[in-house]
Design a protein. Structure first.
Length: 83
């Protein structure tokens, strides 16, 4: 709570010398720029196709590693049961 109070005091001191019209203009400009940015779209088709192609290889490698771990564990289990 103390930190919030200090932040409010600092904010009040910082804004005391700023013209309110300048703040309003900055907010309006930010709104216009963000509306402009929202209108543009980025084509992500190539990136998504690359990721989809890589998923097949990743699943194959992951499956091989998992299968190897299971085989080692089963071998140790059978060896322990036989001795």
């Amino acid at each position: 709570m103390k930190l919030v109070t200090q932040a409010r005091k600092y904010g009040a001191k910082a804004m005391s010398g700023v013209d309110k019209a300048a703040v309003a203009a900055a907010l309006a400009m930010g709104t216009v720029l963000s509306a402009n940015a929202a209108a543009t779209t980025i084509d992500t088709t190539d990136v998504l196709l690359s990721i989809a192609a890589a998923v097949v290889a990743i699943v194959a490698v992951g499956g091989a590693v998992l299968g190897l771990q299971v085989a080692v564990k089963a071998f140790k289990w059978v060896r322990a049961a036989m001795s």
